[in-house]
Design a protein around this ligand. Structure first.
Ligand SMILES: [Zn+2]
Length: 421
């Protein structure tokens, strides 16, 4: 691509500053300058957008291949275990994972998403992000292995799948309860050896705590019923520590990892996540569908954890619109007594810079900065002040994506946005 395009809108929120009648100059796949339209008008062809230009939105936790399982996500469930039963029944009789993932990716892009943390369980869906020319990481998910089977077959199968990746790849030990203890240890080692980032579901249900702490409770019974009673935690009556501590002792936490959910955590757990540099991707709408409690959003913010935002998949969430989860987080934080005036900017940061940090992509993504990749979301929201505009995006941004620019290419644009140019 040659030449420079100058994208402009009534507001530009770079993630670091706000520019009225701002502009972002894009040369090739990268941002070459950020300023006012007056400053940058002569740099190239001017492209006018309505509303506000923001850094490309990051969906830090999803499973695109479950997009065709949307009927499950429209339901409500009494417990995590109830949803898991319904999920397993549906999952075991499905195929067509590649098409399902592609449909999910198209939906995510049309909701302003430019980078995703996508958890993959079938090799046919492994390269959907790479083939779809979006940013992020495809995390190969490993679950339901006993230590013995893992050593004989599981490890090699995993390496064989990883070898098929054509784009950025990571490892996802599914959760502390769905893998035997030695497998968790080995996945931690493998990620470090291969220099891969990792991603794990953690502290998602109260029953997970009971399982990890004492090898008992509804989730432990479910996994015994499913034939995993030989897992060390189930055999030995638990680890007598909380799930986050357990994950830490198994080498799962660290600056190369982000976790999904992080609901059932106490102050010590949150401190461990901070001290290990582990980012938390919060998925509030999925949590609500599964009948779980809300994550301690206010505490995470007050204590200074780095948070990101995920939709989770359509099998547990109503849409792949990550701004709807941002609004849910806003309501939860307020209800939990978070009254500081920075709430809008903190949640805006979560869905942009926080998501980039979760996947170690913050040197290239997460803000509109000269030198970074030109991932820009056009949000069709414009109020008379910057503060009101930011508040509207955070509190009611659902469905407001007007256009999505990835690596400088316009990948989605509503008719209305094109007409206003
Ligand atoms: Zn998930």
């Amino acid at each position: 691509m040659t030449g420079t395009r100058v994208h402009t809108a009534p507001w530009v929120f770079t993630g670091e500053r706000v520019v009225r009648r701002g502009a972002v100059a894009v040369t090739g796949a990268k941002i070459s300058a950020v300023g006012t339209l007056d400053e940058l008008r002569s740099a190239g062809e001017v492209v006018e957008w309505p509303g506000t230009l923001v850094p490309g939105l990051v969906n830090a936790h999803t499973h695109l291949q479950y997009t065709h399982m949307a009927a499950l996500g429209q339901g409500t469930y009494a417990s995590f275990e109830d949803w898991s039963e319904a999920f397993e029944a549906e999952y075991s009789r499905r195929d067509g994972w590649r098409t399902s993932a592609e449909d999910g990716l198209a939906a995510a892009i049309s909701n302003g998403t430019t980078a995703l943390g996508d958890v993959v369980t079938h090799a046919e869906a492994l390269n959907v992000l790479a083939d779809g020319r979006v940013h992020g990481i495809a995390y190969w998910e490993v679950m339901a292995w006993h230590d013995a089977d893992w050593a004989v077959r599981g490890r090699q199968q995993t390496l064989d799948v990883l070898a098929q990746a054509t784009g950025a790849i990571g490892l996802s030990p599914h959760a502390p309860y769905s893998l035997d203890t030695g497998v968790l240890d080995d996945l931690g080692r493998l990620a470090r050896e291969l220099g891969l980032r990792s991603h794990v579901h953690l502290a998602e249900s109260a029953a997970e705590h009971e399982y990890v702490f004492q090898g008992a409770g509804a989730l432990a019974e479910q996994w015994r019923d499913w034939g995993y009673g030989e897992f060390a935690l189930l055999r030995g009556g638990g680890a007598a520590v909380r799930a986050v501590t357990y994950a830490g002792t198994r080498g799962v936490l660290g600056g190369h990892t982000h976790i999904a959910h992080g609901i059932y955590v106490d102050a010590e757990d949150r401190a461990l996540l901070r001290s290990t540099g582990t980012v938390v991707a919060l998925c509030p709408r999925s949590n609500a569908v599964l009948g779980l409690d809300a994550a301690p959003v206010a505490a995470y913010l007050r204590e200074g954890n780095t948070i990101a935002v995920g939709t989770d998949s359509l099998s547990s969430s109503p849409s792949l619109d990550v701004l709807a989860d941002v609004s849910a987080l806003y309501r939860i934080a307020r209800a939990q007594g978070y009254t500081a005036p920075d709430l809008h900017s903190r949640l805006f940061a979560a869905v942009t810079a926080g998501g980039a940090a979760a996947m170690g992509l913050d040197d290239r993504l997460g803000s509109l900065t000269a030198g970074k990749l030109a991932d820009i979301t056009v949000v069709g929201i414009e109020e008379s002040t910057a503060a009101d505009t930011l508040a509207a995006i955070v509190e009611a941004g659902q469905g407001s994506a007007e256009a999505t620019i990835i690596d400088g290419a316009i990948r989605f644009a509503r008719e209305s946005a094109l007409m206003s140019r």
